[in-house]
Design a protein around this ligand. Sequence first.
Ligand code: F6R
Length: 614
Amino acid sequence: MCGIVGYIGHREAFPIVIKGLQRLEYRGYDSAGIALYDGNQINLSKTKGKVEDLKNKAKEISQAGSIGIGHTRWATHGVPNDVNSHPHYSNSGNLVIIHNGIIENYEAIKQELTKRGYTFQSDTDTEVLINLIEEVKKTEDVKLGKAVQIALNQVVGAYAIAVFDKEKPDEIVVAKLGSPLAIGIGEGEFFIASDASPFIEFTNNAVYLEDEEMAIIRLGKEIKLRKIKDDAVAYPRILELQMNLEEIEKGGYDHFMLKEIYEQPRAIKDTYRGRLLADQGLIRMAGIDLNMEKFLNANRIIIVACGTSWHAGLVAEYIFEDLARIPVEVEYASEFRYRNPVITDKDVLIAISQSGETADTLAAIKLAKEKGAFVFGVCNVVGSSIARETDAGAYTHAGPEIGVASTKAFTTQITVLTLMALKLAKAKGSFSETKYREYLSELETIPNKVEKSLESNALIEIIADVYKESTNCLYLGRGYNFPVALEGALKLKEISYIHAEGYPAAEMKHGPIALIDEQMPVFVIATKKGHYEKVVSNIQEIKSRKGKIIAIVTEGDEQVKDLADHVIEVPETLESLTPLLTTIPLQLLSYHIAVMRGCNVDQPRNLAKSVTVE
Ligand code: F6R
């Protein structure tokens, strides 16, 4: 978590760093800071709060200088306050650092440095690291780059850092392990950032550091990459970025989340574009084609992911088992990695991640690879750590997702996973050609049906107004729509801070039904295809206990309309594709409730978009 930005070149650094931090605020937003070098001294400003607060506070310092580093924080060590905000100075005041990650052994290093006379202003692990670098520089009598390298070989943890030395003011040293770091290469200028969004209007050329790599970024020179462990030279691979500025701006919407909800028809189309050739009865996915034997001979597929991506994994479990008849287990990456799981070289692991940076998912991948499993990634962010770490994969092509609450990532992940399941089902011959063709054609209709589902927005706003003061909500679904219930509840709690739980509808009787009273809104997914009659019985049970029922139903449904307090219609589709539609009203409901409650929809409290710490 945390976002880091840096600039060294011929322009004023301040506006570039500030704007870059604003674009990276999705990564953490409890405090922010900036350090600028004006050719003579370092001017530093930092504050608890958002980048907007930093902009005001930084009026107190000189904003001159064409070298600068900045940070937007998601606190790990030390509460969010001015002192714990980054950048951090070393004791001499010559070195300054920004850091995204965690130094796990900082306590022991701090004790050692304290014995040597160092003092610390903050509670952070980062201030310890910058002083360790200073101590190495002094005692070993080495330049900044070497000192950073030696110091990093003594620390345990994760980092993306940028370090500036007043005594060597033509360079910034950066290093990466576990947290992302991109370097934008312009004409006589360099940009440093946690992702490419801070520099996309200046350059399309970027180098993504690999784990355990560091770079000395020096004005007027080519970037030099080295391996932190053994100092071996590494060669930068310059990527041409596809992202454009429009994609990372709000485009007239009040919030990124709303924009991203409305982007779903296009995003889903982009996901299957070039892959789904319905008229030819073909699905083209190179990552599957090249590894077909591995999938077909797999004992089972294990899916690992976190949060919303884990919910997409649960939907995929139904699809893979239902269509391709391959056994699937879905695991929280954080549990999987620590529970000594049985993995063999006959297993295929699918890792799902929007950001491609989630620390637990990354660790689960590494573990599975060590045990010989074939690892396939489903990621959105191109060039991300997970995309690079996996043996093969498929991008979702959803475009940048900036709102912290995942929306289009979820539906595009399901789309990719559906294509995969269909492709495997076809290869295995596990269902008829007619059924296969029916799926392909139906998948092509989904963007229009999502568009249709979005038309309920005005009605959903009215419903949101009725339930905005609720303190608890239940979400129920069965089969393919059980994970959608979980996802609906997650969306509500994370952006509106209302307690919500998702359950398989039939589980109600085993406990949660005790919660039902006239105050309890229950969101039920009751589409025609998918255990409809059973869900209707569950609705009756809630009704007889006076719960408030808000049902997501198939267009034209009359039966549930008579029972529910509100119904929201979605178009009819094949059962396995219903999650792509039923999730839309639930996203909109959460969005409107959160807005009505005055919550910060795009940056909910305590959260960050990219969870690069475990
Ligand atoms: C919820 C949400 C999170 C993420 C989770 C995994 O709206 O966004 O639960 O889904 O942190 O992130 P990725 O998909 O980037 O691995």
